[in-house]
Each structure stands twice: as structure tokens, then as C-alpha cells.
Design a protein around this ligand. Structure first.
Ligand SMILES: NC(=O)c1ccc[n+]([C@@H]2O[C@H](COP(=O)([O-])OP(=O)(O)OC[C@H]3O[C@@H](n4cnc5c(N)ncnc54)[C@H](O)[C@@H]3O)[C@@H](O)[C@H]2O)c1
Length: 301
């Protein structure tokens, strides 16, 4: 198949449903050979009899594309290593990693159990780190062998990670952590020909269709802005060789809108040149806050 990813091998985690499925289909439509990973879990991470990766592979093949299924858990080192190895052994190379898998355990902070915290931070944050680490080791070996790749990594954050979201302390912390991971990975891996960016999507999937039913509903006619397929074109471009020079960036993608998110940077500042007293520090902080941009609104407030 021809397209902007012709000849590339792409791994998409959590690609059995929702956004990951849309990304996998879109990469295949642009000529990529795709490893469709999905463990097949319920909305809260509980084991699910369903194995959705094989169905997406069948869809890609039916459309004339090439794909393989992988059913491992990307939040384990063994699962992540096996995923990267599967791509390299099946197709002889790896060009793009899209980390997308995850689930929710929403609770207000005072009710949030330690297990809810651990499960969500594990699947999102560790589930981004481990595939990245194994893919990076592969690309470093390629670069050292004189075959510097045009490798691309696309991470999945969330508005919850960028601005905070009521009832999602575990998820917001994990998704904010993914931004930190993205920035460090972009800086460290540039020397091996690897670019690392993140998207914060919004789309109608099982994760959002009930909680945000009104926002997510499909219109009776016209552009279906919340269809997950609307997020995939940017992800495919970031995962293609054509995105050369773009790294360490965060984009929001929703409907027909793409937004570059501009992150933390120094705002108003004051240097006394000596240690403040607490009272003085408070006065200085209030003065600086009066000059500063107000923060973005936390979702759900
Ligand atoms: N839908 C939105 O509006 C939205 C907004 C912001 C961020 N996101 C993020 O986008 C990503 C995709 O979410 P979605 O809305 O498509 O949800 P989804 O539930 O439809 O898809 C997630 C998939 O990940 C799989 N998965 C979960 N744990 C896994 C593991 N350990 N190993 C492999 N696969 C695993 C699930 O089986 C599921 O098929 C998530 O990271 C989510 O946090 C979604």
C-alpha cells in the first residue's frame, strides 16, 4: 500500500478499541505494517474475555493492509519486550511506537484506594516507559550499527494531565508524568534518530461515551467531531518520516482542531539577592501572581 507511512513498521498499544484501533487502521491505510497490541481488559482494567486485537488485524487485512496481533500486557517488562521483539521479528524492523493503552479508576481523592492509584499509574505511566525503553534499546543498536533510524514515538497524554481533572487524581498524575517522560525521551534519544511527541486526544470511546455523553454524542448529520478517527491523522503524521524536526512537543487533537500546547515556562519573577523572610516571600509571591497569567481551569470544576 502507498501512503506517508509506506514501508514503515508501527506498533500501537491498546489498539483493539477506541483511539488505538482508529490509529492502527489509519497507519495501515497509509501503507504501514502494524502490530496491533491489546491485552483486552475492561474499562477499569479487570480481565476481559474479549480479545479485540485480532478483530482489528482482520479489519486491516480485509482493507488490503498488513498487520499482526499481540496480546501482551505493555505494563510488564516481559510484555513490552515481547511486543517490540514481535515487530522486529515479524517485519524485520521497527519505525514507530504509539503508546495508547490504558484504563480508568475514577474516584474523588479522599476515596481513592491505593490499588486504584497503583493500577492507573502502572498502566499509563509504566505502560509508556517500558515499550519506550525496549524500542529505544533497539533503535540505539541500529544507530550504533550505522543504520540511524527515522524513528518516531507518539505518547498519549490527556487534558486531565495538562490541566487536572476532578475525580481523576491517579489518571491526571499519570498523564502529567507522561509529558515529563516525553520531554526527557525526546532529549535523550535524538542522537539515535528518535523523535518523541505526545498527543492529548478527545474522542468518543467506551472511556468517555457515558461520562461525557452530551459532548461525545454523534450528530444526526454533518461532521462527527468526536469520532476517534479524527485524532488519528495527526498521530499518523507524527509517526511518519515526514514529521522530521518535530520532537518534545505536545498537541491537543479533537475533531477538526489541532492545538500546540505550550508548557510550563518562567513567568513573573523577582530576585531579592538574599534569603526572604516568610512574610516577605508571601508578599513577593502575591505581587508576582498579580502579574501572572491565571492558570487554566481544572476539568470538572
Ligand atoms: N477517549 C478520550 O477522549 C481520551 C481523552 C484523553 C486521553 N485518552 C487516552 O487515549 C488512550 C486510549 O483510550 P480510549 O478512549 O481509546 O479507551 P479504550 O478503553 O477504548 O481503549 C483502551 C485499550 O487499551 C487496552 N489496554 C488496557 N490495558 C492494557 C495493557 N496493560 N496492555 C495492553 N492493552 C491494554 C484495553 O483493552 C483497550 O482496548 C488512553 O491512554 C486514554 O487515557 C482518551
Amino acid at each position: 500500500m502507498s501512503g506517508i507511512c509506506a514501508g514503515r513498521v508501527v506498533v500501537v498499544t491498546g489498539a483493539g478499541r477506541g483511539l488505538g484501533r482508529a490509529h492502527a487502521l489509519a497507519f495501515a491505510a497509509e501503507g504501514a505494517r502494524v502490530v496491533v497490541n491489546d491485552l483486552g481488559v475492561g474499562l477499569d482494567g479487570a480481565p476481559d474475555a474479549d480479545s479485540p486485537a485480532a478483530a482489528v488485524v482482520a479489519e486491516i487485512r480485509a482493507a488490503g493492509g498488513e498487520a499482526s496481533a499481540h496480546g501482551g500486557d505493555i505494563a510488564t517488562s516481559a510484555g513490552a519486550a515481547d511486543l517490540i521483539r514481535t515487530a522486529v521479528e515479524t517485519y524485520g524492523r521497527l519505525d514507530t511506537l504509539v503508546s495508547n493503552a490504558g484504563f480508568l479508576r475514577d474516584r474523588m481523592l479522599v476515596n481513592l484506594g491505593e490499588d486504584d492509584w497503583d493500577a492507573v499509574v502502572r498502566v499509563h505511566l509504566k505502560g509508556h516507559f517500558l515499550p519506550l525503553k525496549h524500542a529505544a534499546a533497539h533503535w540505539r543498536a541500529e544507530a550504533r550499527a550505522g543504520r540511524t533510524p527515522k524513528a518516531r514515538v507518539v505518547h498519549t497524554s490527556s487534558g486531565a494531565g495538562l490541566l487536572g481533572s476532578v475525580g481523576q487524581a491517579n489518571y491526571s498524575a499519570a498523564k502529567a508524568g507522561i509529558i515529563g517522560l516525553t520531554l526527557v525521551a525526546a532529549a535523550e534519544l535524538a542522537r539515535y534518530g528518535v523523535q518523541v511527541n505526545a498527543v492529548a486526544p478527545a474522542a468518543r470511546t467506551r472511556m468517555t461515551e457515558r461520562t461525557f455523553a452530551a459532548t461525545m454524542a454523534a450528530p444526526a448529520a454533518g461532521f462527527d467531531a468526536m469520532a476517534p478517527e479524527n485524532v488519528s491523522p495527526l498521530v499518523v503524521w507524527l509517526g511518519s518520516a515526514g514529521s522530521a524536526g518535530v520532537t518534545g512537543r505536545v498537541f491537543e487533537a479533537e475533531g477538526g482542531r489541532i492545538t500546540v500546547m505550550e508548557g510550563w515556562r518562567p513567568g513573573p519573577t523577582l530576585d531579592k539577592g538574599a534569603r526572604w523572610t516568610p512574610a516577605e516571600a508571601g508578599e513577593a509571591a502575591r505581587g508576582l501572581l498579580a502579574e501572572a497569567e491565571p492558570p487554566g481551569r481544572v476539568y470538572g470544576v
